[in-house]
Ligand binder design. Structure first.
Ligand code: AGP
Length: 617
């Protein structure tokens, strides 16, 4: 997610803007920039890389004291790339053709390509690969050619034409006594200060200047002047929005009020999944704009090799089920550190799917290179735009999870599955194994998942109570069958890595071949029960472990029968197609692991011995 800061008032703007960007660094970024009004024009300074690069450029213009220059109005941005690799040109703010309008944006403009094409036919020229740049040109188009009386009218008209998510800051050289902010699905707050007014993506950016904050709601617009703020809806109708007093300290503000980044990121899952799927679904069909894989390429694929580590590897096991079920292509899944050294059978008819949140995991990178060396075509599913794996793969499909700060991967896994489903459905259509009409049914189910995740999050207290009863467990088993076994791998890892409790994922049907000897009075067993066709078999496995004294937490859909008869506690998730169930059923497991770790007093966001990105062998 990108970071936005804006200010208008009686104080020097640049130190406020830069200080705010520093307060947003924790969110992750790959470039930064500022736009400010001076001497009748808008100047933009933006740089790829760390904030120090931007500060160096500003000091080159203003000297060490950024308070000089009489600048009292500006907007600033830290970019987390979604469209277009990190670069100076792709950094925000973006200027309109005349240079009189500057825009910063957090979110995804889903119909930017259509808008870009129509503006291009009107003669507009684009200098970046971003979706955001279309907003700057579209506002100017309405401001200069239509009946829009002023900047606000042009902005409101633009908001009516763009689809997707946005938090926007808009500056106009022809209107230097105010600037405009707007939000839909991406957070944006307005700060009311004694010496001016602010916008920010997150409260920490402005907390040192004011604790009086207006939280903009979806489809609301604010016009900020030095002496006041007006809030309205996107039709221009005034909205009465009362400020709130923020008494958080800076650290808790960075977590959005959550105790840990991990819980904040779990709660971002509905938005992250929506951002990953919605921009790629048009009229029920799937459009993966940046993918060069053609129907001919797909027809040549004889087998698929999935390569990843940790949580990403577990997403790969779900992918195997989905691809084999719908595409009927054999799929192998390997941990990268094993794949590299087993002299794998890979050739030009192998598609190597490489999954990585960071895009920098050394084992995964090396394994991808080994697959490439042996002739495979590589397809990466990555969260960090422009990361090493993304740059080297033949194709890359980005998850839109936004920065993941907590070491334990949560929203990244949900969005990896979302990306896997998009790819699977697309491959199935290209192979002729799925009609466009069937694809539309599947994409409709995908688009419904964010709402189901919201309900799961609202029921989290069931898990909080169960975790409180069992956080002293010495060992926990996650057992499942089919996709529920693949899912159990991730549930087990989550618990291990943040609570330090030994755990094991086991195929339900395999227990009787030895491991059931470990089940004794009080052993805790977690069972995802989302695979309808295997439910009776799993009920049998639950009876086996219950007979030996186990305590069982079941995770099942609303309409699943019998589970209440055999489980000690059942967490219900909304009904969902079994193929898509792991994307929902993982979240209760993440929450369970979180509450256990919190009860044990563990360092949830930074577990011992672990790093967020493992760039060593
Ligand atoms: C997941 O919670 C862990 N932090 C770890 O297993 C991680 O998934 C693994 O290191 C792979 O990282 P990547 O997705 O960035 O490649």
């Amino acid at each position: 997610m990108c970071g936005i800061v804006g200010y208008i008032g009686s104080r020097p703007a640049l130190p406020i803007l830069m200080g705010g960007l520093h307060r947003l660094e924790y969110r992750g970024y790959d470039s930064a920039g500022v736009a400010f009004f001076q001497e009748g024009r808008i100047d933009v300074v933006k740089r790829k890389g760390r904030l120090s690069n931007l500060e160096g450029a500003l000091r080159g213009q203003f000297g060490d004291d950024l308070s000089s220059g009489g600048i009292r109005l500006g907007i600033a941005h830290t970019r987390w790339a979604t469209h277009g690799a990190p670069s100076d040109e792709n950094s925000h703010p973006h200027l309109s053709a005349s240079g009189r309008i500057a825009v910063v944006h957090n979110g995804i403009i889903e119909n930017y390509l259509e808008i870009k094409r129509s503006l291009t036919t009107l003669g507009y020229r684009f200098v970046s690969e971003t979706d955001t740049e279309v907003v700057a040109h579209l506002i100017e188009h309405h401001f200069t050619t239509d009946a829009c009386r002023d900047l606000l009218s042009a902005v409101l008209r633009t908001l009516g034409e763009i689809e997707g998510s946005y938090a926007l800051g808009v500056l106009c050289a022809d209107d230097p006594d105010s600037f405009i902010a707007a939000r839909k699905d991406s957070p944006l707050v307005v700060g009311l200060g004694d010496h001016g007014n602010f916008i920010a993506s997150d409260i920490p950016a402005i907390l040192e200047h004011t604790r009086e904050v207006l939280i903009l709601e979806d489809k609301e617009v604010a016009v900020l002047r030095a002496d006041g703020v007006r809030v309205m809806d996107t039709l221009g109708r005034p909205v009465d929005r009362r400020p709130m007093h923020v008494d958080w300290d800076i650290e808790s503000a960075e977590k959005g009020g959550y105790e840990h980044f991990m819980m904040k990121e779990i709660h971002e899952e509905p938005r992250a999944v929506r951002d990953t799927v919605a921009p790629r679904i048009h009229g029920g069909g799937i459009r993966l704009d940046d993918i060069s894989l053609t129907a001919e390429d797909v027809a040549r694929i004889q087998r698929i090799q999935i390569i990843a580590c940790g949580t990403a590897n577990h997403a790969g096991h779900v992918a195997r089920h989905a691809i084999e079920s719908l595409c009927r292509i054999p799929v192998d899944v390997d941990v990268a550190s094993e794949f590299r050294y087993r002299d794998p059978i890979v050739d030009g008819r192998t598609l190597a799917i490489v999954i990585s949140q960071s895009g920098e995991t050394l084992d995964t990178m090396a394994a991808m290179r080994e697959a490439k060396r042996r002739g495979a075509r590589t397809f990466a599913i990555v969260n960090v735009v422009g990361s090493s794996i993304a740059r080297e793969a033949d194709d890359v499909l980005y998850t839109m999870a936004g920065p993941e700060i907590a070491v334990a991967s949560t929203k990244a896994y949900n969005t990896q599955l979302a990306a896997v489903y998009l790819l699977t459905f697309r491959l199935a259509v290209l192979l002729g194994r799925m009609t466009e009409a069937e694809c539309a049914i599947w994409t409709g189910k995908l688009l419904a998942l964010p709402e189901s995740l919201e309900r799961i999050l609202s029921d989290r207290e069931v898990l909080q109570r169960f975790a409180y009863e069992h956080f002293n467990a010495r060992s926990v088993f996650f057992i499942g069958r089919g996709l529920d076994f693949a899912l159990s791998m991730e549930g087990s890892l989550k618990l291990k890595e943040i609570s330090y409790i030994h755990s094991e994922a086991y195929a339900g049907g395999e227990l009787k071949h030895g491991t059931i000897a470990l089940i004794e009075e009080g052993t805790l067993v977690v069972c995802p029960l989302t695979q309808t066709s295997l439910l009776d078999k799993m009920i049998g496995n639950i009876r086996e472990v219950k007979a030996r004294g186990a305590v069982v937490l079941g995770i099942a859909c609303d309409s699943a029968p019998k589970v209440d008869d055999v489980c000690d506690t059942v967490f219900r998730i909304p009904d969902v197609d079994p193929l898509l169930a792991p994307l929902l059923a993982v979240t209760p497991m993440q929450l369970f692991a979180y509450y256990v770790a919190v009860n044990k007093g563990c360092d949830v966001d930074k577990p011992r011995n672990l790093a967020k990105s493992v760039t060593v062998e």
